[in-house]
Design a protein around this ligand. Structure first.
Ligand SMILES: [Zn+2]
Length: 405
């Protein structure tokens, strides 16, 4: 069976476009006149999500408008000499930079938030960033595939404070339901096989009072995306049409569905954040471009300002709608274009194998890899990949266990 993947498939591997053709999208959402939201609708969580087999780096901990982890190494010597040290992964300068991260953002990291981080990591709860704390954050990051910088920012906080689809119990139930559905593969249609994964993810969302997603199973191999303007997950049924499926391919499909469902959870969290800031459901719907009925459900569950949940949601909000929104949109647009350009160059190479055409393909591959890394490093993508990858690993592990009967 040819190995078919979703959006994250390598183009050279499958020959399929990695990005959903926009004309294939359902047009049920009202036209949104906010250009930023319109753009996000086009490219938001679209199927450019993952490219299997690429070398995915650890995520960086900082967005483009945040303090750089690498460029400000020159100003810390004098401070470093007076800072008490704690053993760990971070250098003395790294400790100073990490502590500064929290101190500079004191409004987002008041003492009760710092204490929660310290408590979660098992270090002394002082309410102020300490060397021991930032080393513990670095240790946590190292163990969780995150960039190691000691700064519990928008990528690290959701990993420390697991919620919703990222909680152990919910993952376990989803994995069991997914494998039950796999057992019934032979008696189900491709649509039913695909829908079973979406149903299982929706059960996880419902368990955490997050609005469930509608779904559209479409006749395309390479497609999976959450459209927040319609609260709909579109899923290509290609992989579900095979007579049999390997555990690896099935876990991969489950990863994709869980990843997209996690995006729904993120968007719901952002709506709850706005609700906690006093926004009405109508205002939330307009500001975020989400359906009013979803905004209504979120408005009934406001996050308390200053809470950890609000801080986590704010990390996603700043990336998608806030200070980093332009960077995000540019990254997604450029990545999509890089994929198209690469595909064209590969077609040229296939038709005419010249050194120049080879060089062009190599250059475009590098360019797309760099853009992919930037895309993966977006806070909401780092998070969705982390949660999706965890479910894939869990399903693979469970699938290989002896059947308990
Ligand atoms: Zn994604």
């Amino acid at each position: 069976m040819p190995r078919r993947r979703y959006a994250r498939a390598l183009q050279e591997e499958t020959g399929q476009p990695t990005v959903a053709p926009q004309q294939a999208k359902p047009a049920q959402a009202q036209a949104n006149t906010n250009p930023m939201i319109a753009m996000q609708r086009l490219i938001g969580n679209a199927a450019i999500q993952r490219f299997g087999g690429l070398n995915e780096p650890d995520s960086g901990a900082l967005g483009p408008n945040s303090t750089s982890t690498t460029s400000n190494t020159t100003t810390t010597n004098t401070t470093a000499s007076t800072t008490p040290q704690a053993p760990g992964l971070l250098s003395a300068d790294g400790v100073v930079r990490a502590m500064s991260y929290y101190n500079i953002r004191a409004a987002d990291y008041p003492p009760h938030i710092i204490s929660q981080i310290q408590g979660a990591l098992g270090v002394a709860e002082t309410g102020r960033a300490t060397p021991e704390m930032v080393q513990a954050v670095a240790d946590f990051q190292s163990q969780n595939g995150l960039a190691v910088d000691g700064m519990a920012g928008p990528r690290t906080l959701p990993a420390i404070f697991e919620q919703g689809l990222d909680t152990e119990q919910t993952e376990e139930v989803f994995a069991d339901e997914a494998l039950d559905a796999l057992d019934q593969w032979d008696s189900k249609s491709p649509e039913e096989r695909a829908q079973a994964l979406i149903d299982a993810a929706n059960a996880g969302l419902a368990e955490h009072k997050i609005s469930e997603c509608t779904s559209t199973i479409v006749d395309l191999n390479v497609l999976a995306q959450f459209d927040f303007t319609t609260w709909n997950i579109e899923l290509g049924k290609g992989v579900f049409e095979a007579a049999t499926i390997s555990n690896a391919d099935y876990a991969d499909a489950a990863n994709t569905v869980y990843h997209e469902s996690r995006h729904a959870e993120q968007w719901f969290s952002m709506a709850r954040l706005l609700a906690g800031q006093g926004k009405t459901a109508q205002e939330i719907a307009t500001q975020m471009g989400i359906p009013l009925n979803i905004a209504n459900e979120a408005a009934a569950l406001p996050y308390q300002p200053g809470s950890m949940e609000a801080l986590v949601a704010n990390g996603w909000y700043e990336s998608v709608y806030g200070v980093d929104a332009d960077y995000r949109n540019k990254t997604l647009t450029d990545l999509e274009k890089a994929g198209t350009d690469l595909e064209a160059a590969e077609a040229d190479l296939a038709a005419n194998d010249t050194p120049a055409n080879r060089a062009k393909v190599a250059t475009l591959r590098q360019k797309r890899q760099k853009l992919y890394d930037e895309y993966h490093n977006l806070p909401e993508e780092t998070d969705a990949h982390r949660v999706g990858d965890a479910i894939e690993a869990r399903i693979l592990l469970k699938a290989e266990l002896p059947d308990e009967g």
